[in-house]
Design a protein around this ligand. Sequence first.
Ligand code: PLP
Length: 622
Amino acid sequence: EALYRIEGWGQPYFSINAAGHVTVSPKGDRGGSLDLYELVNALKLRNLGLPLLIRFSDILENRIEILNACFAKAIARYNYPGDYCGVFPVKCNQQRHLIEDLVRFGKPHQFGLEAGSKPELMIALALLDTPGAPLICNGYKDREYIETAMLAQKIGQMPIIVLEQIEEVDLVIEVSEQLGIKPILGVRAKLSTRGMGRWGTSSGDRAKFGLTIPEIINAADKLRDADLLDSFQLLHFHVGSQISAINVIKDAIQEASQIYVELALLGANMKYLDVGGGLGVDYDGSQTNFYASKNYNMQNYANDIVAELKDTCAERNIPVPTLISESGRAVASHQSVLIFDVLSTSEVPFEAPEAPREGESQVISYLWETYQLISEENYQEAYHDAAQFKEEAISRFNLGILPLRERAKAERLYWACCHKILSITRQQEYVPDDLEDLEEIMASIYYANLSVFQSAPDCWAIDQLFPIMPIHRLDEEPTHRGILADLTCDSDGKIDRFIDLRDVKSVLELHAFKTGEPYYLGMFLNGAYQEIMGNLHNLFGDTNAVHIQLTPKGYQIEHVVKGDTMSEVVSYVQYDSEDLVEKIRQRCELALEDKQITLSESQKLLQTYEQSLSRYTYLLKS
Ligand code: PLP
């Protein structure tokens, strides 16, 4: 357990059971659990091949419950005379089943949706059917966007149009006059408080979105002139995703609450404060301000927001706002787990080294001697000696004075030295800096049936860390340390950064791969942003996905969303499958004429080709 830190990042949903398998408790502490390994086997029997994305609807429900409970507790604790009402940012995961679930689970809390673009607005408008739930309209807007949002008020929606660009103010006034509709408006403020880390540039004067304070004043004046100051009801800010340090949240909320009361004093009809997203996920379980973690919990987050607003509003005698948050990552990450299998492995070669023979180059004797003498006292020096002698052997080979067989022997001796040194460094508490790369150099490569570009694009693009671990054999000591190589023919298609305590490690502890036996790994907490950002590099398509819900008798498969077939992915790049088959058929005919292929071979080729087009883009194994 300690090895993969599951206690840190997995609580209360993931743990390890007595059989050495990962257990999923989708309802958190409220009981009911599933053996993930057995679940995967059962799903495979239903023709759901790996890689497979499993979504646990109960986890999603639990996250919404917990978020609302935290705000309810904070509101009670600070006697906050107002409400909390969350919205889910659709961009975080637009999959229909997930959004439908979110709306359903959010109903008791009037949980709304946030749209960041026109297509997301289309989804949100059609799916949100919770009376009184806010529909936050963010992102770039044109006339059509604004018209649609305003008219949606007439079908019982509560769209709040958030002005993010100064040009939108005039457009909103114009459309409102034309339609004769008084909208609910908000502004997104560019706070001077800066988020940290990867998404830190989401705030500050040069942020892409939002209005500066002079622009907000300008907007308020324009709205007053257009008799729309009454519509100006919301202040929004977003300091970036995955805020790791609580002090950033404290600073942002302090600045935003001052702006809020000032706007109310200016005459705006302030009712809502939308604190955006940013609530972090503890990917490495370290509970620190490391970028893959966070040094606060959801309750601290809610407390800080509620307490600050209560105080600021009380000091200035302004009614407190309804609080809105747009948490995406914190709501959607935990619910999905990607399961993939290992296809094969490649190890650093180890053969028992041979003593030098008469007539062989001196450099072989030096390497042999180095190997023989490696000890706890000299392993660091020996490592450098071995590397130097290996280089020397290669130089001699390039000059034509070392035969190929001797070069092979020199390389074998070098790897033998590395193995021996590594076994010593693994016993040491402190590994010298110059030997830190050794683990990486000696790592086994585990070839995984997945595409990093499709299933974990953030790993590749922004060095995001997700917890990855085997989902079975956890009662066995992992004897190997490896990196994961994916199916794409791209050297970036690998995972060689793994969670460690407040740090990153370059190898993952894994079990020996046994040919013919399945070895399943899980990538956890990847329910936010990954699916939609995934791309078709090498034409590996969407993976299979299933929605699992706990029942009193076990579980039920709510939905199966089949992954892309080859036919589908080739059509995305404008190929027609029938055309492709026809081309192959014609070539078979020509080859038959020339007697290059037999009739049965050509039948077999056509059959396999056609069948493949209707198959999954990933490898069919185990
Ligand atoms: N709201 C806005 C405006 C955003 O840009 C984002 C994402 O960056 C979010 C909400 C969701 O943020 P998170 O997933 O960190 O909660």
